[in-house]
Design a protein around this ligand. Sequence first.
Ligand SMILES: Cc1cc2nc3c(=O)[nH]c(=O)nc-3n(C[C@H](O)[C@H](O)[C@H](O)COP(=O)(O)O)c2cc1C
Length: 231
Amino acid sequence: MDYKAYIELVKKRRSVRSFTDKLVSINDLNKIVDAARYAPSGMNSQPWEFIIIKNQQTINHIFSLFNNRIKDGHNSNSLIIVLGDKRKKTMLPGIKFDFKNGSIKFKKPSKFIDSNALFTSSLSSAFTHMLLAATSLGLSTQYISMTSSYEVQKKIKDLLQIPEYMIIYDTLAIGYAAYVPQEKYIKPLEKMVHIDTYNMNICDSDEQIILDKKNHLYTSFMFKDKNTMKD
Ligand SMILES: Cc1cc2nc3c(=O)[nH]c(=O)nc-3n(C[C@H](O)[C@H](O)[C@H](O)COP(=O)(O)O)c2cc1C
């Protein structure tokens, strides 16, 4: 694959929050997870595992745990939950998992490496591989981050019999898009790339950040999405 094909794939990936009824095949879901396991991870710890959920009752149950706080994506027919195995932190500098008591112990916190960040970044890289794999298969995705919140996570772990040492990193809803997402604002390259030293002239001022937030420069498409829905 050359850069042109790669950047086209990257640009094609968008979050979609409503899906058609068309079922995602287990073959495609397996391909998506397969791509994730090649992701880079701190010390090659590969701290991830995945639960593919195709059972509609289970999906409905999970969405019901949000108490109507999120309605988007509720019509998806496939979820992939990405789990992080806390025991694998043992492979990272400065951290020991107490296998008897199930707690994390900082041996001697490393001055040079934040191992908790390494763990999270590893899971994040697996997630990104999944997003791009799904896009390459003509599928669309949505993060369902509320599944990692303390209360919801506890309930999902009970429901799916997930062991204590696993954390829910995040969940991906996958399906065929029911609408075309609105174009989103992408900050120009020259406003974010510094050469050799940090250049204060290109950075956002405090006022600019507040103004952009007020004007929904970054988020407005989320509200506009609905206008372009097919159904
Ligand atoms: C860490 C992370 C968590 C996110 N959580 C959610 C979420 O819970 N629900 C949702 O609809 N979108 C979620 N998103 C998607 C973002 O809103 C989306 O990526 C962003 O608005 C840019 O739009 P795009 O994905 O179409 O490029 C999340 C994205 C990231 C990176």
